[in-house]
Design a protein around this ligand. Structure first.
Ligand code: SF4
Ligand code: SF4
Length: 496
């Protein structure tokens, strides 16, 4: 909806989108406008507190959960080791990783097309930490928006120093805890605990990394704040191409709210409910009618917005769907006796037509692709063996005559143990009849998460040869079970 009467000189058409030309957090000189959002109150804010409690509990507990000796979730980019739900993925599983990421991308697109930025408002770590933890500490120490504004403008008294020191001290302490946990998801909780417990002199790199992470987190939550969502986050920037008219977002019902007008004291009675109207009609009188829409232009929805926007202008990239404006407006509607939901979760189609359409052709198409990808993921993940074997005939070598009746070929092998424990491993020639002779020591125990490389000869009787290249199958056995196999070929002299 328009909030401006600016006219384009050439066309003299009202510009209804001029609010998109500037960020609400930057002034005409390009300086940051510090946002002091009023603390929201209401059913969504309460629900978000519960979601935050679950989120924080999971965040703090997950690094301690082990499945088969592996951390439940580990994204060790430094050692290129990834653990999802206790399953270890090595660089050799890159194709699986790409497939999982592709599925995740389609899921994000589908989810966003249907539900908009629901993720941002409820479970994005930036929003959860900023709005539900750091901001609430700020309200607790410095008071609500008005008091914060006054405190910032006030001279540096002992009271101001005490409040600011307390706030930033708590902020930095939380940033240290968060950064340690963040590191635990990268290098593992055991490593982090070791770094913490050992003298700094033994772990300079770890200590400096933690300090850097802590500094970054502190800066993000103490200073950068909503700028992460409004200018940095790539997901936020994608909204412009993902949102459609049927997407459910936090939306202002302009059909019901406009034309907005202040509530005139003693002139506009609170809007009667249908029951009150009926009672008034039955009693023979009519309540004074308010001809304007339901929005009383109280600005409370703007006052609570952590990104400083006016949702009445329509869906904007800056909106994180945090629901604060829904709660604020619902309170106002309660006070003036109008139904809640002037700002609510709805789609543009829903607001304009009164009907929500979720399963549009686009959504059905995305869903079909998503289901196919998930099925492929499951098939590939469940079909993934505990040991992956790569066996190649040694490059540049042909065959060797061992004696009058036997030939040998040299092979190199790489065995990767993806299981959560050490495994005894043995290679066997499954077909044709022949034998394997290891170069050096037998493989023996394959350590968990480790790669073992080596070489071996395959020896065949000349009678087994099927020409220049004879197909052979080599099996990998562990604890009496075949766990993988490789098809390759054996070079011979060919038919003479
Ligand atoms: S809170 Fe509701 S009534 Fe108040 S300005 Fe916003 S939309 Fe209008
Ligand atoms: S417009 Fe409403 S939902 Fe969007 S960020 Fe602002 S307060 Fe949150």
């Amino acid at each position: 909806m328009a909030d401006t009467k600016k006219l384009q000189p050439d066309t003299l058409v009202e510009d209804t989108e001029s609010f998109r030309d500037a960020l609400s957090t930057v002034d005409a000189q390009g300086k940051r406008i510090w946002i002091y959002p009023k603390q929201p109150q209401g059913r969504f804010y309460t629900a978000r507190k519960w979601v935050t409690a679950v989120f924080v509990a999971l965040f703090l507990v997950m690094p301690f959960i082990k499945v088969g000796g592996e951390q439940f979730l580990l994204l060790n980019v430094l050692e290129r080791k990834f653990v999802l739900f206790g399953m270890v993925f090595s660089p050799q599983d890159f194709h699986l990783f790409v497939l999982v990421m592709l599925t995740f991308l389609v899921f994000i697109i589908l989810f966003t097309v249907v539900y908009g930025r629901l993720f941002c408002g409820w479970v994005c770590p930036q929003t959860v930490f900023m709005e539900m933890i750091f901001r609430r500490i700020e309200y607790w120490i410095e008071g609500d928006a008005g008091e914060q504004r006054r405190l910032d403008k006030a001279p540096w008294t002992s009271e101001k120093i005490r409040k600011k020191a307390l706030k930033h001290g708590i902020f930095f302490t939380i940033a240290v805890v968060v950064s340690n946990y963040f590191l635990a998801y990268i290098i593992g909780m055991e490593q982090v605990l070791r770094i913490i417990s050992e003298p700094i002199s033994k772990n300079w790199v770890g200590f400096v990394s933690m300090l850097v992470f802590s500094g970054v987190f502190y800066f993000v939550f103490a200073r950068l704040r909503e700028q992460v969502c409004t200018t940095i986050c790539p997901y936020g920037r994608l909204q412009g191409v993902l949102l459609v008219k049927d997407t459910i977002v936090v939306a202002y019902d302009h059909m019901r709210g406009e034309p907005r007008a202040k509530l005139r004291k003693n002139k506009d009675a609170a809007q009667p409910s249908p029951v009150q109207r009926l009672q008034t009609a039955v009693n023979g009188g009519m309540a004074p009618a308010r001809t304007a829409g339901d929005c009383i232009d109280c600005n409370l929805c703007v006052a609570v917005c952590p990104t400083g926007i006016d949702i009445r202008n329509g869906t904007q990239l800056e909106c994180t769907n945090c629901t604060a404006c829904i709660d604020a407006c619902d309170q106002v509607m309660d006070k003036i006796g109008r139904p809640r939901g002037l700002i609510r979760y709805d789609s543009m189609t829903g607001i304009e037509t009164g009907h929500r359409r979720i399963f549009t052709p686009r959504v059905i198409g995305y869903t079909a692709v998503l289901i196919a990808l998930i099925a492929l993921d499951i098939a590939m993940l469940t079909g993934r063996g505990a040991v992956e074997a790569i066996i190649l005939r040694s490059p540049g070598q042909t065959y060797q005559e061992k004696d009058a009746n036997h030939l040998t070929n040299l092979y190199t092998f790489t065995l990767i143990n993806k299981a959560n424990r050490d495994l005894p491993v043995e290679l066997r020639l499954a077909s044709p009849k022949g034998s394997i002779q290891m170069v050096g020591q037998p493989i023996g125990q394959l350590l968990k998460g480790r790669t073992h490389k080596g070489a071996f000869f395959v020896e065949l009787e000349k009678t087994q040869l099927q020409g220049r290249k004879t197909p052979i199958i080599i099996e990998v056995w562990s604890e009496g079970k075949k766990i993988d196999y490789v098809k390759t070929s054996f070079m011979g002299p060919g038919r003479r």
